[in-house]
Design a protein around this ligand. Structure first.
Ligand code: ASP
Length: 305
């Protein structure tokens, strides 16, 4: 039996002026519930789906309910799931009017066509008779209207700065049988051009193997340029420790002026996080303790299985 491990994130960005306690509370609530699930024998995949669903349902985060609006005022969400045990990726890109995009990614794990874009995702929703759902919140609408008044001059929505507080979500889990899964879900950068594709529904932003799993957050274009999640996962597969793989990848990212963060774990039970951005909103459970990275530098917690 392996000691389960869990790490989740609620985005990365440039500032978190206040409200740390509220963010912590939201993250810890999910960590507690999902870690209990892992302890009761749930698979890493089921735990990741549940964790992502809970985070999507929390309006604080830019995924599912509370997603940011794109330049045309519409919400288009993306989510993916990478089962490191089955070595299988699935995802949906720019799906609208659904409560939990991660559930579509889960459904697609057992489909021969595993990544769907907007049109295909809408067809799938119809086929599955998923109820229509509006993920819009007052806060996000207000941000969009404010931004429109400034002619969309900002590059990205205020996903981390207070008071809206926080961004894209991700979950990486190691289950009691040693299997790893990673899931990521987002409303995107906010205010982006129609049809822009987020890293969150690409392996670049969400990847896992039998040995390690990574979920990324931050500027998607930077994550794609570094091919961040596979870069870390493959380095671990090639024999680097998770700490070394993270450190090397984030040093390179820093040299390239990237703006992002990532959470990770490996099959020895080590949990890690890294960032080039100012803050990474992540929380974890090691089996003996729960913690968060809100005020921590980059690091790893070496595991025991
Ligand atoms: N990575 C996401 C995107 O670019 C945004 C985020 O993580 O906040 O779509």
């Amino acid at each position: 039996m392996v000691q389960p491990k869990l790490i989740i994130h609620g985005g990365a960005g440039s500032s978190l002026k206040g409200g740390k306690d509220a963010v912590r509370k939201s993250l810890f609530k999910v960590v507690e519930e999902v870690y209990a699930l892992l302890c009761s024998g749930a698979s890493a995949k089921d735990a990741v789906v549940k964790g992502a669903q809970l985070l999507e349902d929390d309006p604080r985060f830019n995924a599912g309910t509370g997603s940011v609006l794109q330049s045309d005022g519409h919400i288009r969400m993306s989510a993916s799931l990478m089962d490191g045990f089955a070595q299988q990726f699935s995802g949906v890109i720019n799906v609208s009017r659904v409560q939990n995009p991660i559930l579509l990614a889960e459904f697609l794990q057992s489909s021969p066509d595993r990544v769907l874009s907007d049109f295909g995702s809408a067809e799938l929703l119809r086929e599955l008779s998923v109820p229509v759902y509006d993920p819009l919140t007052e806060q996000r609408l207000k941000e969009w209207i404010d931004e429109r008044n400034h002619n969309f001059s900002r590059e990205m929505a205020n996903v981390v700065a207070e008071p809206a507080g926080t961004g894209t979500i991700g979950v990486v889990a190691l289950d009691s049988e040693g299997r790893i899964c990673a899931g990521t879900s987002t409303g995107g950068k906010g205010f982006e051009r129609i049809g822009r594709v987020s890293d969150s529904a690409m392996p670049a932003g969400n990847y896992a193997s039998a040995k390690a799993g990574v979920s990324c957050t931050g500027i998607g274009e930077h994550i794609i340029d570094e091919c961040l999640a596979p870069r870390i996962v493959i380095r671990v597969g090639d024999g680097l420790s998770l700490a070394e793989a993270m450190e090397r990848s984030f040093t390179e990212a820093g040299n390239n002026n990237r703006d992002f963060g990532a959470i990770a774990l490996d099959n020895s039970g080590t949990i890690g996080w890294g960032k080039t951005s100012e803050v990474l909103l992540a929380a974890y459970h090691t089996g003996s303790e729960m913690g968060d990275t809100l005020e921590l530098p980059d690091g790893v917690i070496t595991g025991c299985r």
